[in-house]
Design a protein around this ligand. Structure first.
Ligand code: ATP
Length: 289
């Protein structure tokens, strides 16, 4: 039996994000295309024999919490408890995804730990079973387990894999500011936002029509995050100036992405943007299909 396993935990962007209502207990109902991109943390989980269980976390990035509030910790804890596992579990997070970015950095780590503990302790849980456990920890976790590109609805737990995406490359730009997801949702005024036509975006996405995706996509959360952070407006405008077919904020922000026809165009635009915004994390990435 292996005593150490690793995997890449990919970041996501939201190619269009609408909030269509609220549940009685205050959860927001989503309609979004979530798409994984080739930007990832590398998660390693190791085990040693021990009576009872303990979990430790370490990372190359000491800005993330390294205690029981880390989603990776919570993911290990829930499985150790539920399946009465014992052992000394050590988790290492090689953090490459910018934090508090709207790219599901914490959720993807949590999802990877669920999958790695399942493998390391040979639990034999199916993807659907892992998603069912993951949703208790965070609404984005089921998507991170599903992976690639999917339509995400409900509170994030209703998922329809897309199986296809337009040919394109993505330029990611994460300015050095943090936005709390909770703050954005509590300040969102659902009555006055302009809702994107997600059906149009989804149909175009499936048929590979990049231009229509770019022209139709919208993110209702921009109404809060962009209003309070003009760097988001500025980055979106620069993406278009540098040749993006379309540009949008991802999740609750502040990450902005641009959609480009290919990687050469995205990389060239990235070089220009790095000169203009030396403090912004900028990276051209492919989709995970
Ligand atoms: P989402 O798109 O799901 O809203 P995000 O990309 O905006 O996520 P994260 O990178 O997940 O944001 O960070 C949000 C907060 O979660 C951080 O401020 C941090 O305190 C906490 N957190 C918990 N676990 C992790 C983790 N493994 N990696 C990064 N942040 C984590």
């Amino acid at each position: 039996m292996a005593n150490s396993v690793s995997k890449k935990a990919y970041a996501k962007i939201n190619i269009g994000l609408d909030i269509v209502g609220k549940t009685d207990n205050g959860y927001h109902l989503l309609n979004s295309i979530m798409q994984q991109v080739d930007l990832y943390d590398v998660i390693t989980v190791s085990r040693e024999d021990e009576d009872g269980y303990s979990i430790t976390i370490d990372s190359n990035n000491h800005d993330i919490p390294l205690d029981e509030t880390n989603l990776a910790y919570k993911a290990a804890d829930i499985l150790m408890k539920e399946y009465k596992l014992s052992g000394k579990v050590s988790i290492y997070i090689d953090k490459r995804i910018p934090m508090a970015a709207g790219m599901a950095g914490g959720s993807t780590d949590g999802a990877a730990v669920l999958e790695l503990i399942n493998e390391l302790f040979e639990l034999g849980l199916s993807k659907d079973e892992l998603k069912g456990i993951g949703v208790k920890l965070g609404a984005d976790i089921p998507f991170c387990i599903e992976g690639k590109g999917a339509i995400c609805q409900g509170i994030g737990e209703i998922m329809t894999p897309l199986g296809t995406a337009p040919d394109m490359a993505v330029l990611i730009a994460k300015p050095p500011i943090s936005i709390s997801t909770k703050y954005v949702y509590t300040h969102l005024k659902l009555d006055s936002v302009i809702h994107p036509d997600m059906d149009k975006v989804i149909t175009a996405y499936k048929s590979g029509d990049l231009k229509t995706v770019a022209d139709s996509m919208g993110n209702v959360l921009e109404s809060v995050s962009e209003k309070e952070n003009e760097i988001i407006t500025s980055l979106k405008a620069s993406m278009l100036e540098e040749g993006a077919v379309g540009s949008l904020m991802s999740g609750s922000g502040p990450t902005v992405f641009g959609l480009f026809e290919d990687m050469t165009l995205a990389s060239k635009a990235g070089e220009k943007m790095k000169e203009k915004y030396p403090d912004v994390f900028i990276q051209a990435v492919n989709l995970i299909k």
